[in-house]
Ligand binder design. Structure first.
Ligand code: ADP
Ligand SMILES: Nc1ccn([C@@H]2O[C@H](COP(=O)(O)O)[C@@H](O)[C@H]2O)c(=O)n1
Length: 257
């Protein structure tokens, strides 16, 4: 639900530049977003001064039934399928954010697999980073992004980070690995890897072909998800803290803003 607060009257409404940040599980999406905030000096300012905000797709995990929760507690629920998210709430919230409204997003508890009572207030910002495994899945959400980033981390690094993280979430190793092989890995391949390629080809077929042909080449690659921040170049300083095997790929959007 969207709440309009008096804050809106103090500050003129403005439309933020919306950046989608995706990548496989434990690829470092949150870490990269936090680093961007830190490098921009945004992590220590209050919301009156804050110009950059982060919203996580985790906030939009659906509330589970008792049966589903019992499965989740055994690592037998598929949280990596697009239907695991309340896509309608996510779309409405993003639309409100893009229109410069104050929004409230749910907080999520990975230990109990449930939505908490507390909500996070997201104030209008000049730039909003929206991060999650499937933020590029639906066309209508994808079309809202002015820029898309893909955090590309080797799958062995991701799995090791995920195991350590999930153990801190009170899960045992067997359950973590079962969930990974049954749901996480196949969904990554189906909904993220293959889907991104299909979307890209679709964009070309839908008329971006001219831009593609005339858009030039960056760092020896054609345009698209092609610019690796961790490669040599002007963004090296900003990414010097990325771990080995992690690259942030950038796709500038053709969307007007
Ligand atoms: N460079 C790193 N070295 C060790 N652990 C890391 C590193 N970067 C991230 N992690 C850990 O890996 C896990 C996943 O990182 P996170 O940024 O939350 O990824 P995502 O948002 O893609 O799930 C977290 O527990 C985080 O602390
Ligand atoms: N109750 C839940 C909800 C989600 N997951 C897993 O989280 C992953 C997405 O978050 P990342 O930070 O890793 O991008 C996703 O792969 C789900 O499997 C979960 O385990 N439990």
């Amino acid at each position: 639900m969207t709440t309009i607060r008096p804050f809106e009257m103090e500050r003129p409404r403005h439309r933020p530049f919306l950046i989608g940040v995706s990548g496989g599980t434990a690829s470092g999406k949150s870490t990269v977003c936090a680093k961007i905030m830190e490098l921009l000096g945004q992590n220590k300012v209050d919301h009156h001064q804050r110009k950059v905000a982060i919203v996580s797709q985790d906030s939009f995990y659906r509330v589970l039934t008792l049966d589903q929760k019992a499965k989740a507690l055994k690592g037998q629920y598929n949280f990596d399928h697009p239907d695991a998210f309340d896509n309608e709430l996510m779309y409405r919230t993003l639309k409100d954010i893009v229109e410069g409204s104050v929004v409230e997003v749910p907080t999520y508890d990975f230990v109990t697999h449930s939505r908490l009572q507390d909500r996070i207030t997201v104030y209008p910002a000049d730039v909003v980073l929206f991060e999650g495994i499937l933020v590029f899945y639906s066309q209508e959400v994808r079309d809202m992004f002015h820029m898309k980033l893909f955090v590309d981390t080797d799958s062995d690094v991701r799995l090791s980070h995920r195991v350590l993280r999930d153990m801190k979430r009170d899960r045992d190793l067997e359950q973590i690995l079962n969930q990974y092989t049954t749901f996480v890995k196949p969904a990554f391949e189906e909904f993220l890897a293959i889907n991104l390629i299909v979307q890209h080809i679709q964009d070309i077929l839908n008329g971006d072909l001219c831009k593609w042909q005339h858009g030039g080449v960056v760092n020896g690659h054609s345009r698209g998800f092609k610019r690796a921040f961790s490669e040599q170049g002007d963004l090296d300083n900003a990414t010097s803290n990325l771990p080995l095997g992690k690259r942030v790929l950038l796709e500038p959007s053709s969307r007007p803003h």
